[in-house]
Design a protein around this ligand. Structure first.
Ligand SMILES: NC(=O)c1ccc[n+]([C@@H]2O[C@H](COP(=O)([O-])OP(=O)(O)OC[C@H]3O[C@@H](n4cnc5c(N)ncnc54)[C@H](OP(=O)(O)O)[C@@H]3O)[C@@H](O)[C@H]2O)c1
Length: 377
């Protein structure tokens, strides 16, 4: 199921706090950074905060610049992004600014919370997700029913922690402010939990007056059949690698990446690389890894095209090479068409051997693009 691109946005003190314990909201960003946040808000379809942030800060969550609002309307978008909040209890102040400023609002809640919200008369579309709140269902609903492609999440820490732990954050925009809070009762950005083991990818750092913006992408593959936001990143990379293949009229152009469970890239490859006219992408990537590498057992192979089940050029097809390498998770964008091999079913072969095979069809068009000349009209 496609979800929106989820961007977590927060400002933290040097000692990792989101706020202090005083009655007023602690302003951590600099004026120019608040303007950058306004720009990001103007670029998204929806902004989400948790009920705790509404209670603590009473935010309006608007696009403040009239020019940015005008540009949104000129593009046919609503003047303000949809405002979204999440509450299990439904216990929210109906006079909070959140409900009475900007454009449309949605509250995602539980069955109990929806009853409470109805009794309070909250000025919002109230969507119950059942007895508990499931983030995947929430994101699916935002995407499918509300048409949200880009979601900015502006806290608080409880919300950020859950989205990161569940592998649902595509991007983290973190601003480090040169202040200390020094109060252990103050809210932290991230709570304790089973975070990914390896390093996130730093994609940008920028000085903005006296604060620093850092943009990170989580890197850890999903587990089993459940995709993570990072799965999409790695599959995008595999599709980009397919573009590097020397062209051929007799074989597909495919890219592949092998990634350890902690998000470390182990190897990458593409069809016909390094002058070998018959090498396949997964084969090229796996050949660069020591077969005794213990990380292979819980690694994920990303391949723009389903791994081959039969091939004329070499004795072992890629699905067999993947099994022999001990890899138990494969993510791919495109099922193999009958162009060269009738009814190839590499995915089926892998699944029958106990491999979790995840097909992310929203990347199919980019996997096909370098093969357009083989696919006809
Ligand atoms: N510096 C920054 O960038 C920044 C940004 C935003 C917020 N903040 C600060 O963060 C603090 C608030 O953070 P917070 O962690 O207390 O609150 P929060 O993350 O904003 O909201 C937590 C609330 O959301 C609801 N919720 C979250 N996950 C849920 C789930 N899985 N199921 C059901 N309900 C769920 C619950 O509401 P119910 O209790 O209603 O059930 C929960 O109490 C404030 O001090 C604020 O100033 C700072």
């Amino acid at each position: 199921m496609p979800y929106p691109h989820v961007l977590l946005s927060a400002a933290v003190s040097l000692d990792g706090y989101l706020d202090d314990t005083g009655p007023e909201r602690l302003l951590l960003s600099s004026p120019a950074d608040f303007d950058r946040v306004d720009e990001v808000r103007a670029s998204v379809d929806a902004i989400l905060v948790g009920a705790g942030t509404i209670r603590a800060d009473n935010p309006r969550l608007l696009v403040n610049s009239p020019e940015r609002r005008a540009a949104r309307t000129a593009e046919g978008k609503p003047e303000y992004p949809l405002k979204v909040t999440v509450s299990g209890s439904g216990d929210l102040d109906p006079t909070a600014k959140f409900w009475h400023t900007g454009g449309e609002k949605v509250l995602y809640t539980t069955d109990d919370g929806a009853r409470r919200a109805a009794a309070l008369g909250l000025a919002a579309d109230v969507v119950s997700l059942g007895p508990g709140l499931d983030w995947r269902r929430l994101l699916e609903h935002l995407h499918d029913v509300r048409g949200v492609e880009r979601l900015m999440v502006e806290g608080g820490g409880t919300i950020h922690t859950q989205l990161l732990l569940q592998g649902l954050a595509d991007e983290l925009q973190l601003v480090l402010a040169p202040v200390f809070v020094g109060d252990e009762k103050a809210p932290r950005l991230f709570g304790p939990g089973g975070y990914q083991g390896g390093r996130l990818r730093l994609v940008e750092s920028r000085r903005i007056e006296d604060v620093v913006l850092m943009r990170y992408e989580p890197t850890a593959p999903g587990t089993g059949p459940v995709p993570s936001a990072a799965d999409h990143h790695w599959l995008r990379l595999a599709c980009a690698l397919a573009d590097q293949c020397p062209p051929s009229r007799t074989a597909f152009s495919v890219g592949a990446v092998v990634v350890a469970a902690d998000g470390t890239e182990l190897a990458r490859g593409h069809s016909r690389e390094a002058g070998d006219p018959t090498v396949h992408a997964e084969e090229a990537a796996l050949a660069k890894i020591d077969p005794a590498d213990p990380r292979l057992a819980d690694a994920t192979v990303y391949s723009s095209l389903e791994p081959c089940a039969r091939r004329a050029s070499r004795p072992k097809p890629c699905s067999r090479l993947i099994l022999e390498a001990g890899v138990r998770r494969v993510v791919t964008a495109w099922r193999e068409p009958d162009t060269f091999v009738e009814e190839a079913d590499g995915n089926g072969l892998l699944a029958a051997a106990g491999v979790d095979v995840v097909l992310l069809e929203d990347h199919e068009a980019s996997a096909k693009a370098p093969n357009a000349h083989l696919l006809g009209g």
